[in-house]
Design a protein around this ligand. Structure first.
Ligand code: FMN
Ligand code: COI
Length: 391
């Protein structure tokens, strides 16, 4: 597979023999470019980072059962999320403070994601105002990620602004009543660099990240975010917006059922890129129980650890409608702004197309449960897919 974007248009870091050919190589380039404080914030998981490792390992534990001698000369990667067509089943997850990665931050992301024909998630804690992000790529579908403030009026204003600007959904983050313990941020006494602001909050322009020698972000979250948030607040949220609400951060069947009962329009199986509770189950391991619990009533998405096109095929085989990626986009942005993200998305799209074809799938809906097994040494029970007479 060749490199994704036509070479003459690219900056030197993305051309020639040292150009990255996968997400891991983008990560390495970003690490070399960013300051230790910024890199530490973007890359870290919580505590011992056990789940950080497990998120990627979880995908590796799955093995394919590809089908052969199927005409794959035409691959159709299009799919649909919440009524919106996207070019392939990958959505960009909301990640905070993108101007730390590149001066154009969220604006570069909006342009690249629009060009790729998919959905952008924008963080409440974007370093660019949500209206400016929409104006940069007007009409291109975006989800607004919501942190619920102790001050419900602040929250309400934010939701109303997102709806007025044309955002298509609210991704309500449900796994962050408190910030996970990220040791790099504590060591580096993380703080938003003084030339940047939280773009969505005029009154909080200077983010008050005063810390007592630890992570300024943890102090910021503790002072502003509503720890008392509970399922009943979904009703409140539904009373102030017509946008569909996605519960972002569910990893159990119990909570999946509650999300559906409380009127969520979708579920994002996520452990926040392993940044919250260390030791929590990897999302690819949690996915199937959530899919089974939901019984097709709402779409299920998954993020945390998706690094390859093959990971997307595995997630879809286990019932996800689409995957989201967080860090891979941050690495692309850090390395080469908009072009870096375009390159990353294009690379993952090509990987996905190849993986689909090698699995014998012509279209996204061909991907099914029979295509993966968890344990490479346990035979697949063919009674699941063969008619009884042949099983
Ligand atoms: C640097 C960074 C910032 C993030 N900021 C937010 C955020 O503001 N809101 C949120 O709900 N999730 C946030 N996340 C979590 C992502 O939305 C997503 O769940 C996660 O990155 C997926 O895992 P991956 O990075 O392994 O792809 C952030 C993740 C990272 C890495
Ligand atoms: C500002 C942060 C709370 C954003 C976030 O969700 C994260 O860093 O994981």
């Amino acid at each position: 597979m060749g490199r994704p974007v036509s070479e003459p248009e690219l900056p030197p870091v993305l051309t020639g023999p040292h150009a990255p050919v996968n997400v891991a190589e983008f990560h390495a380039l970003a690490k070399a470019k960013l300051t230790p404080m910024v890199y530490g914030y973007f890359s870290s998981g919580a505590d011992d980072q056990q789940t950080l490792q497990d998120n990627e390992e979880g995908f590796r534990r799955l093995r394919f059962r590809p089908r052969v001698l199927i005409d794959v000369s035409n691959a159709d990667m299009m799919t649909e999320v919440l009524g919106v067509k996207i070019s392939f089943p990958l959505v960009v997850a909301p990640t905070a403070m993108q101007r730390m990665a590149h001066p154009e931050g969220e604006l570069a992301t909006a342009r690249a994601v629009a060009k790729a024909g998919t959905v952008m998630g924008l963080s409440s804690w974007s370093t660019t105002a949500l209206e400016d992000v929409e104006a940069e790529a007007p009409g291109s579908p975006k989800w607004f990620q919501l942190y619920v403030y102790k001050d419900r009026e602040v929250t309400k204003q934010l939701v109303m602004r997102a709806e007025a600007a044309g955002y298509k959904a609210i991704a309500l983050t449900v796994d962050t009543p408190r910030l996970g313990r990220r040791e790099a941020d504590i060591k580096n006494q993380f703080n938003l660099p003084p030339h940047l602001t939280m773009g969505n909050f005029a009154m909080l322009k200077q983010a008050n990240m005063e810390n007592d020698g630890g992570s300024g972000l943890a102090a910021y979250v503790a002072s502003l975010i509503d720890r008392s948030l509970s399922w009943k607040d979904i009703q409140w949220l539904k009373s102030i917006t017509k946008m569909p609400i996605l519960a972002k951060g569910v990893v159990t069947a119990e909570d999946a059922v509650l999300a559906v009962e409380n009127g969520c329009a979708g579920i994002i199986v996520s452990n926040h890129g392993a940044r919250q509770l260390d030791g929590v189950i990897s999302t690819i391991d949690a996915l199937e129980e959530v899919v089974n619990a939901v019984q097709g009533k709402v779409p299920v998405f998954v993020d945390s650890g998706v690094r390859r096109g093959t990971d997307i095929v595995k997630a879809l085989a286990l019932g996800a409608k689409a995957c989201l990626i967080g860090r891979p986009v941050v690495w692309g942005l850090s390395v080469a702004g908009e072009q870096g993200i375009t390159y990353v998305l294009d690379m993952l799209k090509k990987e996905f197309e190849l993986a689909m074809s090698l699995c014998g799938c012509v279209k996204v809906s061909d991907i099914n449960r029979s295509m993966v097994i968890r344990d490479a040494f346990a035979p697949y029970d063919v009674r699941r897919t063969l008619p009884p007479s042949k099983a």
